[in-house]
Each structure stands twice: as C-alpha cells, then as structure tokens.
Design a protein around this ligand. Structure first.
Ligand SMILES: [Cu+2]
Length: 419
C-alpha cells in the first residue's frame, strides 16, 4: 500500500523527469564560475579585453583582444605557467578559432616559460559556425593546472549552419574546400575496419560455451580442451591481418602524403611585454570580506613615485571591474561593450580619495560591495587553505596616464566592519 506522502514524492519525481525530458535545457553558462576563486583571483588577471563585435554571420569573424597579467602571488597549489596554450571557452565548436596570438606571435602551438609578475597581449580570431547566441571567453590552458577562463561576452551568430565553409590551401598547394568534413570518411573507414576485426574476434569465441562450462573445465584440469589447434591458427591469422593492415596503411599514407607536419610538435617562447617602471609602490595591510554586507574591504599603503598626482581608478579581480565612479577617466576607460555583469554597479569606494601627490605615502582604504562576489562564486577564497585574494589596481594621474600594479594578501571573513 503506497502512503500519500510516498505518492506525492513519486508524482514530484515523475513530473521532474518529464520536465527534464521534454524541456530543452539551454546551458546559460559553461562552468566559468566553477573554477576555484583562489585560481581566478590569484593567477591570471585579464584586462583591456575587447570583442570586436557582438553580432556576426556564419563565416564572419569576431576578434577578442586584450592583455593578461600573471600574478606574482601565484598560489602554491597551481602549477606555474611553464607551458600554456591560448584558447577560447565557448559552448562547443560553435565558433572556429582561425587565428590566435600571444604578443602578436602566432600561438597555434603552446608557449613555454611565461614569467610571473609580467604581462602579455593576446588576440583570438573566431569564425561563426553554428547560429545562436554564444558566450565567448578567452582562455589559457596551463599544463598541469587546467583552463583559466577570462571574461565572457555574448556573441550572436546569424545565418545557416549549412553555409559554413572553411577552406585552406596547404603548404604544397593542395586546396581543401571544406575542412570540417576533410578526412572524416577516411577516419570512419579505419574505425569501422578495426571494429569489424574486433567483432569477428569476439564472435569466434562467443559462439562457444562461455563462462560456466569453461570454468568447470578448468576446475577439472581440462584446460587443453578450451583452446584447439584451429583457435591457434585463427589467432595467428588475426595477428597477421592486423599487422598487415597497419603496415600497408602506413606505407599507403606515406606514399599519398609525403609531407606531414606533426601537430604541437614543439613549443614557442616569447618574452613578456616590457615591464613598466613600478611607480606605485603598494604595500598590502589588511583585507576582509564582510559576509552579510557582501563587501570586500582592503587597506593598502601607497607611495606615489610618479611625477604627477594620482588617484585609484579601478580594482580588478577575476575579470570583475570595480571602478571608482568619482574618477571620470576611470569610468571612461571602461569599454561600453564590456559585460555588464562583470561591472559591479557601485564600483569601488575609496576613502581619502584626494589626489596622492608625487612622493606622498598614504594609507588608502577601499570598499568593493556587490552581490557579484556571491554570484560569481568568489567568496570561496575564505574557505581555501590559504585564504588569500589578489587583484590589479589601476591608478590614473591627472593627465590620464594609467599605472597598473598588483596587490595580494590574506583575507578574513567578518560579520562586523573592522577596516
Ligand atoms: Cu561563459
């Protein structure tokens, strides 16, 4: 007898199953918030990221450009960027990456020995393939650490998927009209061929009595009965067949394609961008995250070694840009197309915000209050083993020159303001 509570639970489960089965579940994001906050706030800081357009047709391109800074306060738990690959994060192969660069150098291959504390430029050229509205991020894969995703923006692709064409001319002049189907039938032929051999081999054994009779035979010491002379001959035949297929296939490919370039056979090196003189000396004092208030507060000591007075214009971490709304040039520096969800509305509130004169040292307290800390799932930095936060600080002088410096230090959860 099913109780009424059980009946309700069963109905609910049934309804849930049906709703999952019939309703298309659009994936609105693809895991960019799942990466641990200590990775997003303390490894790669992406800045000046721009998308050339937010709307393209199938076969048209969108370029994503910008810079990234590798934090000096790199977490111990993340492998150093000794080998990295420039890539993109988007939901599947909806766009084709047709060009990629780091420091204007083609980055089809991996780059090695990136330097902490330094900056690099990047560029991705993506070609529309599948119509739809897709979230497009730059991304760097670090060998041993995994992907680190930059900010994402929505790109609309119009047109018909059937019109997609990507043609290339190879180094020996061979023209490939449609790379998406190139060589697919050959791959399928090899897969089906090997599957046929495997199935034939399985059938040869499966047609005989199987587990229990064979086990009984071994129990009685009659193993010799299980493998006959014919089995030996068939096994030898299969071995010869497979070797023949491999050798003939290899000779055939070498004859048809004498010049092949192995993919990813090496890695490249590019020096980082020239280091700007470190004119803003920033000493980290203290940071706290006010859990009920959703505020990150930080106290730093800044010395202005530049020749003009400066103000703090932006606090950037994990692609979230907290902009000082009282500094017009910092507001103007934000590209209007930058994703709104990554621009917390109240920005950064800086106390003692008057211009810092050349040579002056001052303790500055700042307050970044926004639900974005929770929405972007960044408050996990409080429960990480080392509970640290890192960010880039953008200072501007009265002429609009920008000085970028990084800051990092421990952060504590609080329920009452202490900074
Ligand atoms: Cu995304």
């Amino acid at each position: 007898m099913i109780s009424s509570i059980e009946r309700i639970i069963l109905c609910a489960l049934g309804a849930l199953t049906v709703s999952f089965a019939i309703a298309p579940q659009p994936a609105m994001a693809h895991g960019e918030r799942a990466t641990e906050p200590y990775i997003r706030t303390r490894t790669i800081q992406w800045y000046d990221v721009k998308w050339s357009t937010d709307k393209i047709g199938v076969n048209e391109t969108v370029a994503v450009t910008g810079k990234f800074h590798l934090m000096s306060d790199w977490p111990d738990a993340v492998k150093k960027p000794d080998l990295v690959f420039m890539s993109n994060a988007s939901p599947g192969a909806v766009l084709t990456r047709v060009e990629s660069y780091i420091n204007d150098m083609p980055a089809q291959q991996s780059l090695k020995n990136l330097e902490l504390g330094r900056d690099y430029t990047f560029k991705l050229v993506m070609k529309g393939r599948i119509p739809g509205r897709w979230h497009l991020h730059p991304m760097i894969n670090i060998h041993g650490a995994g992907p680190i995703v930059g900010p994402g923006s929505w790109v609309q692709i119009d047109g018909r998927a059937a019109d997609y064409r990507h043609s290339v001319t190879t180094i020996d002049g061979t023209r490939i009209e449609d790379t998406q189907n190139y060589g697919v039938s050959r791959v399928q032929m090899w897969q089906i061929g090997y599957i046929l051999i495997a199935v034939a081999w399985l059938l040869w054994w499966l047609r005989r009595p199987l587990l229990i009779p064979r086990w009984l035979a071994t129990q009685k010491g009659l193993e010799e009965l299980l493998i006959t002379r014919t089995d030996d001959k068939v096994a030898a035949g299969f071995l010869v067949l497979v070797l023949l297929v491999v050798i003939v296939g290899y000779i055939n490919v070498k004859a048809n394609y004498p010049r092949v370039v192995p993919l990813q056979a090496g890695s490249l090196y590019t020096p980082p961008l020239p280091a700007a003189p470190n004119l803003m000396m920033v000493k980290f004092n203290k940071a706290e995250y006010d859990v009920p208030g959703r505020s990150m507060r930080m106290s730093i000591e800044v010395t202005n070694n530049a020749s003009r007075p400066v103000r703090l214009g932006e606090f950037l971490t994990a692609s979230l840009r907290f902009v000082n709304k009282t500094l017009p040039m910092a507001v103007a520096a934000v590209d209007p197309a930058y994703p709104k969800e990554l621009l917390p509305s109240s920005g950064i509130v800086v106390d003692r915000d008057s211009p810092l004169a050349p040579g002056e040292t001052r303790v500055i307290k700042m307050d970044a209050t926004d639900g974005a800390w929770e929405v972007e799932r960044l408050v996990g930095f409080l429960t990480n083993v080392d509970s640290r936060i890192g960010a880039l600080l953008f200072f501007y002088d009265d002429k609009g020159a920008r000085y970028i410096t990084s800051v990092a230090g421990p952060i504590l959860p609080v329920f009452k303001k202490t900074i």
